[in-house]
Each structure stands twice: as C-alpha cells, then as structure tokens.
Design a protein around this ligand. Sequence first.
Ligand SMILES: Nc1nc2c(c(=O)[nH]1)N[C@H]1C(S)=C(S)[C@@H](COP(=O)(O)OP(=O)(O)OC[C@H]3O[C@@H](n4cnc5c(=O)[nH]c(N)nc54)[C@H](O)[C@@H]3O)O[C@H]1N2
Ligand SMILES: Nc1nc2c(c(=O)[nH]1)N[C@H]1C(S)=C(S)[C@@H](COP(=O)(O)OP(=O)(O)OC[C@H]3O[C@@H](n4cnc5c(=O)[nH]c(N)nc54)[C@H](O)[C@@H]3O)O[C@H]1N2
Ligand SMILES: [Mo]
Length: 779
Amino acid sequence: MSTHEPISPGLTTASHWGVFRAWPQAGKIGAAALKCDRRGIPNLRAVTELPFLENRIRTPAARASFLEKRAGYTHLRGEDRWVALSWPEALDLAGSEINRIYDLYGPSAVFGHSYGWKSSGALHAPAALIRRMLALRGGYVRGENNYSNAAMRKILPYVVGQKHLRPQCLEVIAEHTERLVFWGADPEVTNEIDWFSTVHSSEPAWEKIEQRARSGALRTFAVNPVRPLSARRFASEWLPVRPGTDAALMLAMIHVLDEENLCDRDFLRTHVHGLEAFLDYVRGKDDGCPKSPDWAAPICGLPAETIARFARELAAHRTFLMLGWGPQRARFGEQFHWAGFALAAFLGQMGLPGGGVSGENHTGDGGAPESAGPWVENLPVPQSAAPCPVIPTARFADCLRHPGRTIDFNGRRCTYPMLRLMLWGGGNPFAHQPDSLGLYHAWRSQQLEAVIVCDTHWSATAKMADIVLPACTFFERNDISGVGEYSRDGIAAMHRIIPPMYDSRTDYWIFSELAERLGVGKAFTQGLDEEGWLHRLYGEAAGRARESGLTLPSFNAFWEKGWVPFPVPEKARGFVDFALFREDPERHPLPTPSGRIELFSEKIASFGYGDCPPHPAWLDPAPEDPRVRSRFPLRLVSPKSRFRLHSQLDPCPRKDRGPSDPEWLRIHPRDARARAIAQGDLVLARSPRGALLARASVTEDVMEGTVALAHGAWFEPEWVGDELLDLHGSSNTLTEDVPTSALACGNTASAFDVEVCRCREQDFPFRPFAHPLPGGPAH
Ligand SMILES: Nc1nc2c(c(=O)[nH]1)N[C@H]1C(S)=C(S)[C@@H](COP(=O)(O)OP(=O)(O)OC[C@H]3O[C@@H](n4cnc5c(=O)[nH]c(N)nc54)[C@H](O)[C@@H]3O)O[C@H]1N2
Ligand SMILES: Nc1nc2c(c(=O)[nH]1)N[C@H]1C(S)=C(S)[C@@H](COP(=O)(O)OP(=O)(O)OC[C@H]3O[C@@H](n4cnc5c(=O)[nH]c(N)nc54)[C@H](O)[C@@H]3O)O[C@H]1N2
Ligand SMILES: [Mo]
C-alpha cells in the first residue's frame, strides 16, 4: 500500500465502512474514500447522512412517569411521554439513580456489559467508558462471549486450541487453492466493514481469487440457503442447503470419504484424536444409522448424488473450506464448526498451502497479511473492587426473566443475578437480541428499576430507556482508530468534520460528567480531556510500535497526515496455519489435551450436555411438535445486509426502499405462489414468538422452504388490534431466544418455524421514523 496518498480535500476520519476524507458541504458532509482503498466505500453517501437524520436524539430526556415516580411504571417503557432535560438535570438524575442502586443492592444489580458496534474510535467508545466508570464505582455484571461467533469461539478451543482461531493467508489461497467453498459465508457483503476501520487491504487478494475463478483455474462453491452475493462475484456453484442442517451434510460427506477411501488415513491416524469413536458414529455402529448421503439428503435438501459428488470433488483437489458464522448462530450451532473441522481433517489438507479450513476469512479483511504494528487500545477498564457475576452475554434477557436461576455454561455453573439497572451505550439490543417481543416484555419488568441509554439516534433501545443521553456522531468529535482488525494495517486520525448537532455531546464528556457524579471523576479522567487522551493513547501505541521496531510519526505529524499505514514484514506473507503441526505433531502439538485435532473430546464428554455431544453430531433444531411444524412450515435466515451495519444506516436514504418501508423478505416463487404472494406485496411473517410486516421479494435466490430477511431493520413495535407487532421487518421479532447449547450459550439468528401470508397496506399505520420529542408518544 502506498504511503503517498494523493491528498483529497477535507480531513481524514474513519468508520467501520472505511477510512475516508470528509468536509462540510452545503449544510451536509462531502466525502471521498482514500485512493488506496481498492474496494471503495459503497455506503459512504448513507454514512455521511448519519448526523442529519430526523431521528437524531437532540436533547437529554427522561420518561415522564420515571421523572414523577422513580422505579415506577416500568411497564410504560416504550409507551410513555418524553420530557426534555438540560444536561445538568439529566446527569444529576442519572447519577443519583446509579448511586441509589449501588447503595441499595451493590454491583451485582448493575448490568454494564453494554454490547454493541458503536462507531470507530478508541476514546469515544461508550461500552469501554461505561465499564471503566462502573468498575471504578465498585463493579458490574459482565457478559462473556459475543453475538458474532459465540459458538465457534467456545467449541474450537476444544478441537484445535485457541491459537488456531485465525484467518489463513488469502494470497496463499489465491495462488494454491483449486476448490474454494464459501460455507455459510458471504465475504462480498461482510468484508465491507471492520470492527475498527478498514482500507480493505484484503481486496487485492480477492481480485486474484476472482480472476482465477473466472479463468476456470479455481472453482468455488457457495453452501447457503440463500444465493450469496459472493457467488455472483466468484462465479460459484450454489449448493442450497436448508438452514441448520450443515452438520448433517458434512457428516454425509465424511461418510463418502470414509467409505470410498478418499480420506487421508495417515493424516487421520497421526493428527486426530478420537477417530474411532467419531467413525463409529458416522458409520452408525451405535445407533444403526449410517450418516450416508441417503440419510442426509432429506434433512438438508440436497440430492444424495450431489452430496457424494461434492465430497469426491473436494477430495480430488486442493480444497479450502471458508466457514462463515451465519450457520453457527443457530440452536446447536457449535456442531457446524466442529463438523467443518472434522471434514477438513478427513480431506487431510490442513497445513498444506491453499488447503484446510478457517472460520475467520470472510470479514474484517481476515487473511490480509498482518503488519507488525500495534492496535490502538480503548481506555482501560480497571479490575473491579469486588468479584462480580458473569453471564453469557446473549443470555441477558433470560437473566432479566429468571433472576436467581442457575444455568450450565461451558463446564461451569452460572447463577443469574437480579438486575436493577442497565446502562447501554453504542449498542442496540433491540437489534441484536433474539425474540425482540420477549425482550420488550422482560425489559419492562418491575425489578429493572432504571435503564440509561446513550446513543446518537432514537434507536429502538433508546425508546425503551428511562433516561436518554444524546451522543455526537463520529463526524462531530476527534478520535483515533486502528485500521484492520486482523491485519493491523495502520492508524487513522478521526478529525471532527462538523460541530456537534443540537445538544449532543461526546461519549467521553458524557461519561466523565457521570463519573464525577458517582464520585470517581478523577480516577476516570486522570485529569485528561479529549486532546489529552488522544495524545496518551497515540503515545502508548507508538511505544508498543517501538518494541516491534517501528517508528511512528509524532502525534502532530500523524494528526495532519491522517492515515499512517504500517509496513508488512515479509515473513507475515505466505503464512500457512497448521503447517508445523502437519510436519511433526509430536514436536508441534496443538494446544488441546491430546495435542491433536479432537474429534472426540473427553472434556466435553465430562460436561454431560445433551445439546452438545462429545463429537461432531447432527441434532435437529426444528421443533419436534408436528402441529408447530405444520402451522409454521418455513425456515428463516437473517443474513447481514449490504446496505447496513446491523441496525446502523437503516433510516438512511436508499434506492430500493423508502424510510418507512418495511424490509424486503426474500421468498421462493413456489412458496410465494402457494400463498398468493406477488413481488412487492406487503406480507405478515409470523413465528410462535411474534409477527412482523415485510415486503415480498419473490426470487429464486432463496431455496424453497426458506425465507430470508436481512438483519437489522429497525424494530417498530405497534399495537394493531390486540396484537403487538413489528411494522418494519426486524428479523429478531421472529427468532427464538434459546442458547446455541450449554457449551457456548450463544445467540441464535434463525427461526425454524415461520409462516408468511399476504396482507393489506391499509390495515397498518406506516410512518417514517418519528422524533419522539416533544410531548408525543415514544414511537
Ligand atoms: N437476527 C439476527 N440478529 C443478529 C445478527 C444477525 O445476523 N441476525 N447478528 C448479530 C451480530 S454478529 C452482532 S455483532 C449484533 C450487533 O448488534 P449491535 O452492535 O448492538 O447493533 P448496532 O445496530 O450496530 O448498534 C450500534 C448502536 O450504537 C449506536 N452508535 C453508533 N455510534 C455511536 C457513538 O459514537 N456513540 C454512541 N453512544 N452510540 C453510537 C448506533 O446508533 C446503534 O444504535 O447483532 C447480532 N444479532
Ligand atoms: N455489510 C455488512 N458487513 C458486515 C456486517 C453488517 O452488518 N453489514 N456485520 C459484521 C459482523 S458484526 C459480523 S459478526 C460479520 C458476520 O459474518 P457472518 O456471520 O458470516 O454473516 P451472516 O450474513 O450473518 O452469515 C453468513 C451467511 O450465512 C448464511 N447462513 C445462514 N444460516 C445458514 C445455515 O444454516 N447454513 C448455511 N450454509 N448458511 C447459512 C447466510 O445466508 C449468509 O449468507 O459480518 C460483519 N460484516
Ligand atoms: Mo457480529
């Protein structure tokens, strides 16, 4: 990457969508992606609209009945009137509530995990600021695990050990791979963004992969209930598989490799632990059911011949399995990655250039070569004074519903605390948590005495708060950001482009003021303001860079330059994971109990979990009750939208959808015909959890029996007759809040019991996202 970026107008800033230059322009913001960004930023126009959206939170506010009677009328959350407050009023109110709850109940009553994608920037990172403040005040209930890849993160350490949770070098794949499988992965969509920021440094490798795919030297496959965008770019053969059934398909492929002797028996003997027990299962020795293609075909919806052909084709070539995270966000989601690694072990190519498997190559430029540069760290979260409860993060709604209940979690027992206070900043649980209506009711429970939300916009979560604190968007503040979650491409300055709109303040200012009211102001700020911290954070990163032999420019030079790329050491290129282990498993064992790839785990067996057996296995996530199956015959998947980052950008202008329009629901022509649904019809989608409105997109790009609704449309609950339903097509209205299993307790994002019918526009009160202040109802 060139260090000599031709200078565009404006100043540098950074976002999840990319590093770019921006400037004020006719009351709005003009912007241009960096020239070195080979992918550009397709959603840049929408991103620049963020500060100006109608539903910006303009002033601090509180719910009317909360103001009148603290901790009362919690059932009015989401329906109450809002009252505008001055900053001192709002901060005093929030501060006194937090102090009251700490004094009465202690830190185990305070949920401070505040999960979410906020904006780029190390300083104005609300979740880190909230945790820092609460840790200083005495501690808080933490969430463990994430919503992205919870099942994968918990299962793979048992299978190959933590340190092999990493991407494989894409350059090597581009050069050596002959068969590339996008398995529940759509890098063409998910690589658009990065947890920090991005210059899309994996794009040159993807261009090579595309060229080889188009020339026929490389064949690609997409295993997915939906034809992903990547299938178009990489001319993939689409293998439509029913949601939640990948493990069955993988087991059947292993059955073929075993029976036709296409597996690498030497590799299996020397590099795998638990082979016998696993093969007994695959061959059906114990249950009399061989996991053959004939067995898998009716489960996963692919013909048996296709399954066998696919297995043979992969065995005959240098094959790389690129596992996405969509399939593991489902009941028994752990099995997807375990079976995927088992399949790779049977193919026997792990450790060969361009062969093997990874679950980290489809997003955040995973697989671009890693620089030797440092990350920019957020403000640290100190150790809490007292030990505090930890819950699996995706179980927080369950915790609200069942305080005191004890659950299993990855070999431990975990007792839910009684939550009295929640703080949320930079996250949107009404976008990320399954079963939004279930959450809606749990959130209004009496035990939860106060909810404080800090956001830039009136998100569905902000509307469910007692106190709302308006934050600046990243265009309205200074910050710095790392670039490249996996590859650490460099550091970007985030310049303030426009002054704060309305009465919004920076996250750092808001939580410094609040910390002051909790009596921990000095410890929180350490006497530093925004500028002071930016110098400190940059200085610390520069110090870490020096340790690895890199000299960063002075802060002022960096600030002016805006974008400082890190050099990539030659040895970082061409990395092949598992190569040493392959060469000599005795000298380079894996960090697992046996030192091998574990296809049977004694450790997991010792937990005795019915929903996570000790070897890769097929467990059916569909409801057992035949009455449920017949009333709700469709399966739902909710993949990422290329127009959004989760719920972010949903209210931004977009060509194919007006701001009050519900999200598109993709449905197969035969399923549509059977329900008299035509292209563009308004439809009601229903599961046993709830119902939502969507607009039908009738397309052969989704397999029969499955519907797809992109994740992140804004949740808009509304009473229609005697039913509370979501007007806007937020997929989590339909999903079920069940853990993946007791192992990971991860979130699920699919539903296996959905029905769709046509409905009439005039029966529903559509409206653009309204501003709830002053005076009006909350949504
Ligand atoms: N059905 C379904 N559910 C899913 C998924 C799925 O695919 N399908 N995906 C899951 C995954 S992988 C994830 S990671 C989660 C994502 O879930 P979240 O990360 O919670 O979703 P976001 O919409 O990104 O929420 C970010 C919030 O931060 C606010 N924000 C942005 N910038 C700032 C700022 O500078 N300051 C403050 N204070 N606030 C700011 C935004 O307005 C927004 O409300 O969703 C999960 N849930
Ligand atoms: N544009 C954009 N990019 C993003 C994000 C975003 O919101 N927008 N979010 C970011 C985040 S936080 C994360 S965690 C990553 C997420 O990365 P992923 O979790 O990999 O992305 P998803 O779109 O949720 O799922 C990937 C694919 O899995 C498919 N799928 C779903 N269920 C199944 C199944 O049962 N079997 C099979 N075979 N396929 C299935 C979906 O159709 C989808 O195409 O992406 C990141 N990138
Ligand atoms: Mo995620």
